[in-house]
Design a protein around this ligand. Structure first.
Ligand SMILES: [Zn+2]
Length: 108
């Protein structure tokens, strides 16, 4: 009975290695998709929040956050008009509580 010091890769080992490899790729794909989805949610939130606060350049803010990421988000959070965002009484959108008129429907 001959014994080898270096046994060749058996099938279960190969299968396990392949599964681990495929699993990590799948994880990377899911992580990338989650990151993209999170980015889209963030961009939509910035655009909506800027519009709710009566900022005319909400699209510009969205582009800034898209290009610069977290840095742009921090800049936006510091430069946006502060105050409570409440539901408008005349339309289903939200508006700044302190604003003179709703940026969506124009009602006081
Ligand atoms: Zn309104």
């Amino acid at each position: 009975m001959a014994q080898t010091t270096q046994p060749p890769l058996t099938d279960p080992q190969a299968a396990a290695a392949c599964a681990a490899c495929g699993g990590s790729i799948l994880f990377l794909v899911i992580a990338a998709l989650a990151l993209i989805a999170l980015n889209i949610v963030l961009l939509v939130w910035v655009a909506r929040d800027a519009k709710n606060r009566g900022m005319d350049n909400s699209v510009l803010w969205m582009v800034l956050v898209m290009v610069t990421g977290v840095l742009g988000l921090v800049i936006y959070l510091f430069s946006r008009p502060s105050g409570n965002v409440v539901k408008c009484g005349s339309c289903p959108n939200k508006r700044l509580q302190a604003s003179a008129k709703c940026p969506h429907c124009g009602n006081a």
